[in-house]
Structure formats: C-alpha cells, structure tokens
Design a binder for this molecule. Structure first.
Ligand SMILES: Nc1nc2c(c(=O)[nH]1)N=C([C@H](O)[C@H](O)COP(=O)(O)OP(=O)(O)OP(=O)(O)O)CN2
Ligand SMILES: [Zn+2]
Length: 117
C-alpha cells in the first residue's frame, strides 16, 4: 500500500456559537489552519505516483478563494469545528480524487482532527 499526503495552509476567524458563552471558543478568534490530505493506492501509475502532488492544485485554489482570510461562520454550513472542517475537505477531495483516504485539520500547533471514513 502506498500513501502520500500534502499540506495546505490558510488563516481564518471563527466563533463556535453553539458552545456555552463561558467557553473560550465561543468568542471570536482565529487560527492558522493546516489541512493535510492523504491519498492511498495499492499500485502506482506509470509515473510511479499514487497521484502527482501537482494534481491537488485545485484544492489550494479552493482554499485560497473560499477559506483564506474569511470568517468561517460565513463559509461553513455546519459549526466550524476541526472535525467538521476535516469532513468537509475530505468530501470535496474525494469527489475529485478517489484515492483520497483521510483529511486532517490542525487549528493550533498542538491539535489535529481527522476524518477517515
Ligand atoms: N474536539 C475539538 N475541540 C475543540 C475544537 C475543535 O474544533 N474540536 N476547537 C476549539 C477551539 O476552536 C480552538 O481550537 C481552541 O483549542 P484549544 O486546544 O482548546 O486551545 P488552546 O490553544 O488555547 O489550548 P491550550 O491547552 O491552552 O494550549 C476548542 N476545542
Ligand atoms: Zn477555534
């Protein structure tokens, strides 16, 4: 089994308004997000790739245009938890690249959430 991954970075604000008002994340704040997309394949293509990293460029465009320096409450339908963000990016990637096996999202240097169906 071969597994590759690539990171994408963006900065955004959000507010988890469903949390109790005394929770720090119920206040307006921001993160420098990292989205890590993982792709898996049992065999390689003729170029020796699971998939060319360059093929993932549309995800950078999507993130830059829709998420970077945005307020996530205006962008996401579900609350912008790292878990929901990971699932959102997984579904977006899986619709384009069937080798997509997981997406991880980091909000802080100490935290990661993963969606892996
Ligand atoms: N399971 C989740 N828990 C939390 C999420 C999340 O998306 N999924 N989000 C938040 C906040 O938005 C933010 O990420 C704060 O995280 P936290 O690690 O609590 O923040 P700190 O850096 O301040 O933590 P320290 O322990 O003080 O370093 C909260 N929880
Ligand atoms: Zn947060």
């Amino acid at each position: 089994m071969f597994r590759i991954s690539k990171e994408f970075h963006f900065s955004a604000s959000h507010q988890l308004t469903h949390l109790p008002t005394d929770h720090q994340c119920a206040r307006l704040h921001g993160h420098n997000y990292i989205v890590m997309v993982e792709l898996t394949a049992e065999s390689l293509d003729a170029d020796g790739f699971v998939r060319d990293y360059h093929d993932l460029a549309p995800l950078k465009t999507y993130i830059d245009e829709r998420f970077d320096h945005r307020h996530l409450n205006d962008v996401m339908e579900a609350p912008s938890t790292a878990e929901n963000m990971a699932r959102h990016f997984f579904e977006w990637c899986r619709a384009r690249w069937p080798e997509t096996s997981a997406v991880r999202v980091s909000e802080t240097p100490k935290t990661w959430a993963e969606y892996r169906p």
